[in-house]
Design a binder for this molecule. Sequence first.
Ligand SMILES: *Cc1c(COP(=O)(O)O)cnc(C)c1O
Length: 379
Amino acid sequence: MFDSFVHLVREIYQTDGFIPLHEPRFVGNEKQYLLDVIDSTFVSSVGPYVNEFEKKIAEYCGVKHAVATVNGTAALHIALLLAGVKPGEEVITQAVTFVATCNAINYCGSAPVFVDIDAATLGLSPRAVAEFLEQCAEHRDDGVYNKVSGNRIAACVPMHVFGHPCDMQGLTRVCADYGIPVVEDAAEALGSYVEGRHCGGFGVFGVLSFNGNKIITTGGGGMILTDDEELAQQAKHLTTTAKLPHAWKFEHDQVGYNYRLPNLNAALGLAQLEQLPNFVERKRQLAGRYLGWAEHNGAEMFKEPAGSQANYWLNALLLNDLEQRDAFLEYSNAQGVMTRPLWALMPDLPMYRHCQTDGLSQSRRLADRLVNIPSSVVF
Ligand SMILES: *Cc1c(COP(=O)(O)O)cnc(C)c1O
């Protein structure tokens, strides 16, 4: 099976050289728009491409407002602050995520609480969240508190792993029961839908990333999505140093952040966004090829959850156990085909070791078995 996998990947990417996990594709108007920005001199945070990029992303995602940021981590930071996360509070999230999710929670002075995932979605399990809240939550006048720590539970952050949507109907229902705002980490899920609705549009905020390894890139960049006009205005204000609008005065009414996406990056983003439908279609075709191979070779690929349409940002192969996983990683990487295990689970990192968990049995099982395989768009 290992050997036939390496052959398949070499056939797909048509090369005898090193095959990376994911690389960007610049096949459209990228150079033209970048030259236009340079000629205009508006390379920084003010310029028409930033506003246009926000408008087009909001349209694509089916949300009312989008606010562009320097990266996805900054977008998460601001979304959590505006969702009301304060120092000494807690945020429910998953152990299976990229470290940025937890770092943004930490920047707010709050701590993550790790609840298990659903093996069918790879994302936060509504049933596990409900069980955790039944056991640990206590209603008080100003919100829901964790009986174990005595701290307020300020938000819940599900993450759509590799572009596979979480069960958002289930999660929004459980969180609404407890009055806990949902902030979706949709960094990996641009082009993914649940029952026809785009990821990032279910919570009070959704967050995207345009880092170099994501489905489209601005070099570095992120986006805050929301349907709430007031919150969108506050997000724009906080990400632009909280400067009061005025023709010539320089006044700021709170501690703001220098988080706005430069026009230069937005130009790249607009050109990439024009390619997105094409990229999603080709990624789904690639996933189809991997799935077909798996069926004929007794291997198991992770398939999009029922009722959802995934962008298949990174394809995931499920091995039998830790031993087979490591043998596969050794073999494929030695053959010049890049493959990678799941991120270390967040509570296994020194910064988050002290955080409360619910046992995380599905998360640990998945971590032992999952491997990401080359997933760059194929032309
Ligand atoms: C990429 C990513 C982010 C944000 O990353 P940036 O590099 O700051 O844009 C956040 N969460 C997840 C799950 C990600 O994959």
